[in-house]
Design a protein around this ligand. Structure first.
Ligand SMILES: *Cc1c(COP(=O)(O)O)cnc(C)c1O
Length: 355
């Protein structure tokens, strides 16, 4: 078997959830486990985060898988339903839905369902992605309140700039202005807002990336927030090469050595989800020691510098990210964010749950 695997730490998930709860003690925490639990496996994430007050996912299939696995608390479909055929199952299995479009309101009003559905009404406070414009809010709310198919209504927004210097002041002011005469529960915060802005700690907070132990804020590390890495992506060296000064490495000969070097070839490539854009110099760990990648990442392999690691040979353990190498640092080197790397871990990489 190829030696690559992703170890998923349940205790780290539990720890990070406890951090979220302690930062927002007045709120119920909805653990966001969309995108296959940010690449960690839907049911692995649910297991480690079972103490959350609810789960958020995208698709009805994920919601039903969680119900089938025995989860009885709130489950929210973050984009709501996509077609009217989904409403009977949503109603029967008591799944909550985001309602963000007039089309959804119409379908919901005219549906024939046995049990009312609880909804999260999404207000567009500046992200301009999903949700109702502030001027449409009153009318939509009154229609939903009048519908025989709607149970509880929570009011929600999603921040576009909670992680940067623009913050949440403007969208929060728009939200407050629009909703001030209504007494519905509220849901505002993603991880960045949860960690930075207590004023966003309302009835619900929606924690995603922080639960997986990476930082939602570029200037701050996960460790500064006391978050622990959940995924450790490991593999092994499958070949060792020596380069003389002036010899080059891999596709495109992107790296040329200026001295004698030892090179490890690692069983991990972009088809496993390792970013092809990671340049020479991206941090990686071999035999527990920090070193760097070299040359171009190929489909199934990448190169590491083991010049200073004479003990490294075929079979030596390599950590692409996890405990020694932060996934945030790899993402930064590759010009992306940890979210993308975690979600991109390929189905061919076995996920191994560890305590
Ligand atoms: C994904 C998502 C979240 C979680 O965001 P993080 O940045 O991962 O914490 C929260 N709310 C909504 C609506 C989302 O789509």
């Amino acid at each position: 078997m190829r030696p690559i695997q992703a170890n998923i730490s349940l205790s780290a998930l539990e720890h990070n959830l406890a951090v979220a709860k302690s930062k927002a003690p007045r709120s119920k925490v909805m653990a966001v486990i969309k995108a296959n639990g940010y690449g960690h496996g839907l049911l692995n994430a649910a297991k480690g985060l079972k103490a959350a007050d609810g789960f958020a996912i995208l698709g009805l299939d994920e919601a039903l898988a969680l119900r089938a696995a025995g989860y009885k608390k709130t489950i929210l479909m973050l984009e709501g339903f996509f077609s009217v055929d989904e409403l009977p199952a949503i109603s029967e299995y008591e799944i909550d839905i985001v309602v963000h479009s007039h089309k959804q309101v119409e379908m919901l009003e005219s549906a024939n369902i046995s049990r009312r559905i609880s909804i999260h009404l999404k207000i567009n406070t500046g992200m301009n992605r999903l949700g109702f414009k502030p001027q449409d809010f009153e009318l939509v709310l009154s229609r939903l309140k009048a519908s025989r198919n709607v149970a509880n209504i929570t009011l929600m927004e999603h921040f576009a700039t909670a992680d940067d210097s623009l913050g949440i002041e403007k969208p929060l002011a728009v939200f407050t202005q629009v909703t001030q005469t209504h007494q519905h529960p509220q849901s505002h915060a993603n991880s960045a807002a949860l960690l930075r802005f207590a004023e966003a700690h309302t009835d619900w907070v929606r924690a995603g990336i922080m639960l997986y132990g990476t930082s939602p804020i570029v200037e701050e590390t996960a460790a500064q927030f006391d978050l622990k890495p959940v995924m450790q992506l490991t593999s092994e060296i499958i070949s060792v090469q020596t380069l003389e000064a002036g010899e080059s490495l891999g596709y495109g000969h992107c790296f040329t050595s200026t001295q004698k070097m030892r090179i490890g070839v690692v069983a991990c490539g972009y088809a496993d989800g390792y970013p092809r854009h990671a340049p020479s110099g991206t941090p990686i760990s071999v035999a527990g020691k920090l070193t760097q990648t070299l040359g171009r990442v190929s489909m199934d392999m990448l190169f590491v510098d083991i010049t200073a690691t004479p003990e490294a040979e075929i079979g030596t353990k390599v950590e692409m990210w996890g405990n020694q190498v932060s996934v945030d640092d790899v993402a930064h080197a590759a010009g992306t964010i940890s979210y993308e790397l975690l979600c991109a871990v390929a189905p061919r990489v076995p996920l191994k749950v560890v305590a």
